[in-house]
Design a protein around this ligand. Sequence first.
Ligand code: FES
Ligand code: FE2
Length: 389
Amino acid sequence: MGTITGAPSLVPTLPGRYYTDPAVFDAETRRIFERSWMCVGRADAVSQPGRFLRTEVGGESVLVVRGRDGEVRAFRNLCRHRGARLCTDESGTVGTSIRCVYHAWTYGLDGRLVAAPNMRRMPDLVKEDYGLHRLRAEQWLGYVWVNLDPDAPPLAAQVEPQVAARLSGLDVLDRYGIDRLGAATTIVYDVESNWKSIVENFTECYHCPTIHPELTAALPQFRSGYGSISGGGASLAEHVEGFSLSGKSARPRLPGLLAEDERLFQAIVLRPNAFIILVPDHVAFFRLEPQGPGHTRVVVDWLFDREAMAADDFDPSDAVAILDITNRQDFEACRRCQLGMRSSAYRGVLVPAEHIIGDFHSYYLDALGDAPATSQQPTPADTCEMGAP
Ligand code: FES
Ligand SMILES: [Fe+2]
């Protein structure tokens, strides 16, 4: 029997109801998703005036539209007359104005009410009072980020400390020129798992030797179970040319990268809903859309240099395959945990290789504030082993 010293190896993770209880998900919606900058989609989905994308941010349907002046604006997807949802398609074009299909109230691309049937018979209608509800929107890394909280600090205040902590500064991200890359492939995964399990899984590599044979073949460091949790990335295996299923590289490294990036795999979580993977010839960008306590939609874009994409022989499939296989392995593991977390006997623990997840839990519990009232029968697992209220 070994000598036990210092901090315990096994520390409790969040109680099961944090992953399964609709009351917790409702609290997360109000206190996290509706107060944070949420990554909602690619800016080039709204490349032209009149192009829109529709998304959910927390409990709200949101419309992102590029105006005639080129500005990208976000609005609640809500007609000011009697509340009809203005756009139901996921993306498309509204033309030169946004017209409600119910009684034809019509808004400019800047959200102002411009026309309504019989408007002359409503001389007291002040058009300025009935524009669309504007939301804060910013663009970064070629993505649109929306915040429902009018008082939240700017996006930079949310993301820059995370980038500094993980990649030791913004210049690493700058080198990859993510905002200039194009999306060659997008895959949407419907994952039967709580969003936090997906963040946790992306944060630790304890599972890598068990479930990721392809990934660990490319990144032997991941066989240790510690991945690159201490930062600095992981090196591609010696026999491997690039991060792809075959191990071959079909493209030169991205313009702007340094020799030191040539054989490096790096990854970052941008709480609450984005992850980025950086490899020499492409970038994978993950966006989480929490749908409910046990359901998360994960949208992954594989981003490449636009010049490389224009080549006749451009083929991203080998690069996509290694991560797609890895994602499916991860999401199946998350799904299995979701099933287990319903058990009244569930009491998860984190091993030392997973203690880094505690940083996420600290952020999460701080953002959540007071523990939400349970909407289920309390179980022994609801007792707060983590210090959560
Ligand atoms: S609800 Fe939109 S015009 Fe009436
Ligand atoms: Fe994984």
